[in-house]
Write a protein that binds this ligand. Structure first.
Ligand SMILES: Nc1nc2c(c(=O)[nH]1)N[C@H]1C(S)=C(S)[C@@H](COP(=O)(O)O)O[C@H]1N2
Ligand SMILES: [Mo]
Length: 197
């Protein structure tokens, strides 16, 4: 693969490589704490907070919501970016269609097995490239990278892409998640270099 020019533009006119980032071909493993032990039979995806009805999905039920694939770039706040990741999994929108979110539930706290959390505005999850993924470049996710399921939010720094995801909590206001509490930016747009606050 030829080295992409640093001036390459995306279809939306933004630089493909956000400021302060460099490309890597490997895939670093970064997380706080240890990899949670998960049993697929006991795995559940829970939805609570500002919803008309709290929901719980088994592994099979969650995957039956719909399957798609998408290719996107990763931008980690520690300055590495990784292009052309092919992800397969459940689109956020497919889940969202099954939920009855109250009008005031405009923010989301993503919860992971192991206790990690990260916050996002709901509108940021409603993009077509936001997926709950189980497969990367044709291979099942490794435990280190979030098996069995992780979130992928390509337009924000990668700490928003929670590994070992297990649920969503709908909120009326934005609250900091794990890294956001420790000084990471509340939103995390790589093109505005919203790294730390
Ligand atoms: N559950 C969980 N998800 C997480 C983290 C974590 O500590 N726990 N770290 C985040 C951070 S800071 C980064 S950079 C990416 C790293 O994902 P990777 O190890 O697959 O590269 O996962 C994000 N998702
Ligand atoms: Mo990170």
């Amino acid at each position: 693969m030829a080295t992409p020019a640093p001036t390459e533009l995306r279809p939306d006119g933004k630089l493909r490589l956000p400021p302060g980032q460099h490309l890597t071909t490997g895939w670093p493993v970064l997380h706080y704490g240890s990899v949670p032990r998960i049993d697929l039979d006991k795995w559940r995806f829970k939805v609570w907070g500002l919803v008309e009805e709290e929901l719980e999905f088994t592994w099979d039920e969650f995957n039956a919501l719909g399957q798609t694939s998408d290719v996107s770039d990763i931008h980690c706040v520690t300055t590495w970016s990784k292009y052309d990741n092919e992800w397969q999994g459940v689109p956020f929108k497919a889940l969202f269609e099954k939920l009855k979110v109250k009008p005031e539930g405009r923010y989301v706290m993503v919860h992971s097995y192991g206790g990690y959390t990260t916050n996002l505005p709901l509108v940021d999850l409603l993009r077509d490239d936001v997926l709950f993924v189980h497969t990367h470049n044709g291979e099942p996710l490794s435990k280190d990278h979030g098996w069995p399921m992780r979130l992928v939010v390509p337009h924000l720094y990668f700490w928003k892409s929670a590994k070992w995801v297990g649920g969503l909590q709908f909120l009326s206001s934005d609250r900091p998640g794990f890294w956001e509490t420790y000084g990471y930016h509340i939103y995390g747009d790589p093109w505005r270099e919203e790294r730390y606050s």
